[in-house]
Design a protein around this ligand. Structure first.
Ligand code: SAH
Ligand code: SF4
Ligand code: F3S
Length: 478
């Protein structure tokens, strides 16, 4: 892809939104005076961390406007669905949920319902909502999230579905007023969009072209988070190894990692997602050399067949991928590896599946997200011949999943007897005499401590592992 000039949303436009926020605050103050409580919102999020983080931004805007969160639909004033378009089942869930809300809206006509996120970037979805889900008040997309205060204001006085979805991308937003709460672990966007057009994937259509935030803006945000108590950050992008290419002064991702590593008070740095075609040796060295960069690499392979990888437009072969993994394991012996696997891509044969299983066996993933290929309207793969029948896809999926879990259980057993560093996230959900946290390799650990009365949240502790299951480790303070 050629270099493309990227622009920042002008300060005046952001200030305009901040004025809408002020106006809603006044309105909500009046609401409080009458109802003796703040108006309540609920956000349901589908999809990836990018969407989760967008929901956090919406929540932060709403809290700056004087709303408070709730988990109950029946005492809610505003319900938001932040949607994902990556697979059909995520879309079906949203339609199902919206259908159920018809009754809630009939009971409480003041309830406002908004839908946003990746699904809304597809014209056929907006058409469907406008015709079948007339009780929806507001539809907006991924490129105009920052305009939410203005859109919400308009919705308050309107009784039809307000739709504002942009197909333009390329803008980067900085400086919107919001109340980010204390987060021990926080997401930080470093870039938006994707230029890769893997043939199965809808993301480049819903998130637009690749654009990066400046390193200064990123570092400032992280410093602010750290000043507020954050210990761990995850740098987010659809293809982080391509970070910085669109900036006026291009900069490599490894350099951003170095700058981030210098932030005092920050304990851990993670990042996702890396792409096998773009990951550089420098990123592997950063993980080896920079103390805060965790020994954890999410490197989606999708499948092990070089023939299918070509059809997927991934630009690497099985051998290329295994070489990167070998290099990472050699440089960082205690690295944990994670991946995405897609089963049932058009044309997949039993032999292709064996290649995928072979990769799983060779790499030994600590974590693997396994997906059944789902046909996405508008992507090249949807038009490919040799679509795989559903039952075959499921059968193959189960085979791969069983292999992934078998290896994972073995890997976790290797931790028994070892001492690991855990960032303490709170009390264990299943046993409140115990604590829970994650290792640098992102393993979940439940453990007992010597002094449970001490405030341990956010502390690093060495934990000796005594037992392991497929999905977690257990132990005691070392
Ligand atoms: N940018 C990241 C992740 C994007 S979406 C990357 O390139 O890895 C997350 C995962 O969803 C993908 O890695 C892929 O495994 C899966 N996915 C994407 N499109 C899909 C589809 N049409 N059907 C099933 N899974 C899909
Ligand atoms: Fe989708 Fe490929 Fe971009 Fe990932 S790299 S978001 S799979 S197009
Ligand atoms: Fe993420 Fe789904 Fe959009 S995976 S980028 S929320 S289509």
């Amino acid at each position: 892809m050629g270099k493309r000039k990227q622009v920042q949303v002008p300060v005046e436009k952001i200030e305009e939104q901040n004025r809408f926020i002020e106006a809603i605050v006044e309105k909500n103050n009046r609401y409080f005076a009458i109802n003796k409580r703040k108006p309540k919102y609920m956000i349901t999020t589908f999809g990836c961390q990018m969407n989760e983080h967008d929901s956090e931004k919406l929540a932060a805007m709403l809290e700056a406007m004087g709303y408070e969160p709730t988990l109950m639909t029946n005492d809610c004033d505003l319900i938001i669905y932040n949607t994902c378009a990556v697979r059909e089942n995520a879309e079906l869930k949203v339609y199902g949920n919206l259908g159920h809300l018809k009754l809630a809206k009939r009971k409480n006509p003041d309830l406002k319902i908004a839908v946003c996120g990746c699904m809304m970037q597809q014209p056929h979805v907006v058409k469907e909502i406008k015709s079948k889900y007339k009780h929806v008040d507001l539809v907006f997309g991924t490129h105009n999230l920052y305009k939410f205060p203005e859109l919400l204001t308009e919705t308050m006085d309107s009784h039809t579905t307000l739709v504002d979805v942009w197909d333009v991308d390329g803008e980067v937003v900085e400086g919107l007023r919001s109340s980010r709460k204390f987060e021990l672990k926080a997401f930080v966007n470093i870039m938006y969009g994707c230029n890769n057009f893997c043939t199965y994937c809808i993301v480049p259509y819903t998130r637009g072209r690749e654009r990066s935030r400046t390193p200064q803006d990123i570092i400032n945000e992280i410093k602010e988070l750290v000043a507020n108590g954050t210990k761990e950050i995850t740098l987010l992008g659809q293809n982080v190894d391509s970070y910085g290419k669109t900036l006026e002064e291009p900069i490599a991702f490894a350099k951003l990692l170095r700058m981030t590593n210098e932030i005092e008070g920050l304990e851990r740095i993670r990042f996702m997602t890396s792409h096998p075609k773009d990951i550089s040796d420098e990123v592997i060295y950063a993980m080896r050399d920079y103390d805060k960069v965790c020994e954890f690499l999410h490197l989606p392979v999708q499948c092990g067949s070089s023939k299918l990888l070509k059809k997927m437009n991934r630009h690497y072969t099985k051998e290329d991928y295994l070489r990167i993994i070998e290099k990472a394991k050699t440089e960082i012996p205690d690295i944990a590896l994670s991946t995405d696997l897609m089963i049932g891509f058009p044309g997949e044969t039993e032999e292709d599946l064996l290649d995928t299983i072979d990769v799983v066996e060779k790499v030994k993933y600590d974590n693997a997200f396994t997906f059944i290929y789902s046909k996405r309207e508008g992507t090249p793969a949807a038009k490919m011949e040799d679509q795989i029948p559903e039952d075959v896809k499921h059968e193959r999926f189960n085979k791969v999943l069983a292999k992934v879990n078998e290896i994972l259980a073995d890997l976790n057993k290797e931790y028994i007897g070892k001492t690991v560093e855990v960032l303490i996230e709170g009390k264990s959900k299943t046993d409140d005499t115990k604590f829970t946290g994650r290792t640098r390799q992102n393993k979940l650990v439940n453990f007992s401590v010597k002094n449970p009365e001490e405030n341990l949240l956010g502390k690093l502790m060495n934990v000796k592992i005594n037992s392991a299951t497929t999905f977690s480790l257990a132990g005691e303070e070392a």
